[in-house]
Design a protein around this ligand. Structure first.
Ligand code: CTP
Length: 404
């Protein structure tokens, strides 16, 4: 179940006898490598204790919307943003009714309203309650409102706690976990070779000093993971960052712009999509001192020379890949981004406004505008970089398929 490795799964538990299976669910998700946090409704706590789920998940369990201490730590908005996927299991008839009406009267329902993560819903109730036309209407309403974003898992058929037999039991934890894992595999880029550059480059001045740019690498790593989950064969070419190499892709670590260029050029014979998120230093010292520069004078001049443009080099190849650039702008975002799109002969450019401190660089969130062709444009509102990466890969895959 490698798809769940390092995934952030928020598990919502509502009140029902099936809540006893939630403990096993948390255990199975954790075993698959997921980071799990739990949100419970008040009635869920009648069936299973927060302490059990805290011990299994390794995190405090969230249950109160009106607890100032909890909200100060990780409130409903943070939880909603944190999740890569929101799994609600068991989802009782009452919870489904509240969700379908857009109610936000407890922590679980407010997180549901606030999240833009994909949602999995595993209903659990008596068979007659499941068959009831109002429950069916509520389910249809939720599906219509959320489209592909909502996956219904079960319910399964069989003997029920009340003695009835029929459709309504919560699916088994193994089945739920397998369906959740499938949500991360879209197949949109099945077999396509994708190269992603990420992080900053470091241009050495002497053995202890360097010139660099702000860049945490988070956006590029998230893009590489989203491409992998879409079925691509991914090569991530990364400058120095504090992030771990992601699983199931080739990760090439480099330092300078020249190293990064050399690593990218090596992929030219198979690269089909090239996504440049790296904050490459535009200039490097003309010469690198062999020994540490000493403080001999009050002034020191450095001669810098232009680094090659890696993205333009890839775009200028005889058979160029589908190229996607990133542009960090502080003003006239569309104008400057479109200028780079044309000048660098790119298929697409993703621009963000770095004058806004809440996004970009070291933040976990980002909001971007994407431009392509003569007048193609899509705006993505502020969201978690991992969610944004999934959306960007969907768009890149769509435009790539149109051209091939
Ligand atoms: N890029 C690159 N190699 C470089 C410089 C930039 O591959 N030597 C890529 C970046 O990864 C990014 C895009 O080009 O995808 C950014 O373009 P660039 O013109 O460098 O943007 P800015 O640095 O914002 O340019 P300017 O200073 O002109 O605004």
């Amino acid at each position: 179940m490698q798809q769940l490795y390092n995934r952030r799964i928020l598990l919502g538990i509502s009140g029902g006898i099936a809540a006893y299976k939630s403990a096993e669910l948390v255990r199975t998700l954790k075993k698959a490598g997921a980071d799990v946090r739990v949100v419970m409704t008040r009635s869920a706590m009648e069936f299973i204790t927060p302490l059990t789920l805290q011990a299994l998940s390794g995190h405090p369990v969230h249950h109160s919307l009106l607890d100032p201490e909890a909200e100060a730590g990780m409130g409903h908005i943070e939880l909603a943003k944190w999740a890569d996927l929101f799994l609600i299991a068991p989802a009782s008839a009452n919870l489904i009714a509240r969700l379908s009406q857009g109610m936000g009267d407890d922590l679980l329902t407010t997180v549901f309203l606030a999240t833009d993560a994909p949602i999995c819903l595993a209903p659990a109730m008596n068979q007659a309650m499941w068959r009831d036309p109002i429950t069916q209407e509520n389910i249809a309403h939720l599906k219509a409102a959320h489209g592909d974003h909502l996956t219904l898992i079960g319910p399964a058929a069989g003997e029920q706690a009340c003695g009835d037999t029929g459709l309504g039991r919560m699916s088994e934890p193994d089945t739920i976990v397998a369906d959740v894992a499938n949500c991360f595999e879209t197949g949109l880029l099945a077999g396509v070779s994708v190269v992603v550059t990420a992080g900053p480059t470091k241009e050495a001045i002497d053995p202890v000093r360097y010139i660099t740019n702000h860049s945490s690498g988070k956006m590029g790593y998230a893009i590489a993971e989203a491409a992998r989950d879409a079925g691509a064969r991914v090569t991530l070419i990364s400058g120095p960052v504090a992030l771990q190499a992601p699983e199931r892709m080739e990760c090439v670590r480099v330092r300078s712009a020249l190293d990064m260029l050399a690593a990218c050029e090596k992929t030219q014979d198979h690269c089909q999509i090239f996504i440049a998120t790296a904050a490459v230093a535009d200039y490097r010292p003309a010469s690198q001192q062999e020994h540490k520069i000493k403080k001999h004078s009050d002034e020191l001049s450095l001669t810098l020379i232009r680094n090659p443009d890696i993205l333009s080099t890839m775009a200028a190849a005889e058979q160029p890949p589908f190229t996607v650039g990133f542009a960090a702008e502080t003003q006239d975002v569309e104008h400057y981004a479109r200028d780079k799109l044309t000048r660098k002969k790119l298929n697409m450019i993703v621009a963000n406004d770095v004058s806004d401190r809440s996004i970009g660089f070291h933040s976990d969130d980002n909001a971007v505008k994407v431009f392509w062709g003569e007048d193609g444009r899509r705006d993505f509102e502020l969201m978690n970089k991992r969610r944004l990466a999934v959306r960007l890969i969907e768009l890149i895959a769509e435009k790539y398929q149109e051209e091939h």
